[in-house]
Design a protein around this ligand. Sequence first.
Ligand SMILES: Cc1ncc(COP(=O)(O)O)c(C=O)c1O
Length: 411
Amino acid sequence: MNKIIKEQIAKLKPSATLAINEESSRLEKSGKKIYKFGFGQSPFPIPDSIVLALKNNADKHRYLPMQGLEELRFTIANYLNKNNNNNFNKENIVIGPGTKELMLLTQIIFKGDVLLPAPSWVSYQPQALIGKNKVHWIQTSSNSNWFPTAKQLEDKIKNIKSESLLLFINSPNNPSGTVCNNLQEIAEVAKKYKVIILSDEIYSQLNFNGQYKSISNFYPEGTIVSTGLSKWCGAGGWRLGFFAIPNQLENFKNSLKILCSESFTSVSAPIQYAAIEAYKVDHSKYLNSVKKILSFTANYVYENLRSNVINISKPEGGFYLFPEFNNANFSSSSEMCKDILNKTGVALLPGSDFGLDSSKMLARLSYTDFNGGNFLKNTLGSKKLDTADLEKNAPNIVAGVAALKDWSNSL
Ligand SMILES: Cc1ncc(COP(=O)(O)O)c(C=O)c1O
């Protein structure tokens, strides 16, 4: 049967993510308590005004332009210019059914080599394989906050000797939970070698500390900004993301528009109308409450887990932490995660899923296993959160972290 499957597709394997999820479901069915620290999904409800906008636009039934609804693109360009200090207009914006789809189409269009920092989000590499683009990993470490240094990037570029390079930078980062502190020096190297940057900013509004900085400010002509509704307002299932593409990459944008029209046609009309509300109106009150809960929870996990045998970088944004269990001795991080799951019920994803050497005992921990709606309601107006708030509103976090700590102590 393999004769009917393209070589690069047959090479794709179900990720360890899937294996852990299947094993979690099996154990849960058999009655075991599972702490779902493997999934990375917002636990919070979508802001009411955005849901209302969707209800009010349920009757929108026509196909929309392949690049996206004009008013939405105009609103998004203004939003980026205000919040990200960019200089986009509506023609620079392309709307897609989630950024994942736009990234896949990017790999299909792009001819060249792909630079991925390790760790990186799980889908970049398989998508490059689908597009038949060669991937070059840049191994990073906690010493540089899990981002490549300028020297690492430059050495790699010189080594590859390719005319056409695409670099992915994702800050705040999935899986490390860290923010990139050296955007400017990365941008300078990229500019020098005319590397295109795909700046995956899907967690940008969940940056715990102050204002978010985009690498596009340092290298506007060569950076594609990628973000959407999925993380900051809990609307992953709505499937709306977008790219902001500079004028200098117009040929790429035109090819992307063609692939959009030849694949999904255009994103669901009611969702696009509702997204105008998401980007036109100030949602900082909602976002501040969400970030307060996420950062408190993240810091609780960080403070309670880190030890002389568990290294973790301080959480700076998003949904994740990336602990390394230095006293664990398994044949791979995947074997370690299986052991943790079986002994404690805590589901984690192995570091190898994110491009790191499988001998490194790293795992991604998502601290979103709680009911965000209740947590928001119960702590509304309270100035500071404390451990009692967490025990009441996120009991799985408290119990799961204690179980993980016990497991580490027993090694
Ligand atoms: C780093 C990163 N990029 C992109 C995505 C995809 O988001 P979207 O829902 O826009 O396809 C995710 C979602 O898991 C992610 O974690």
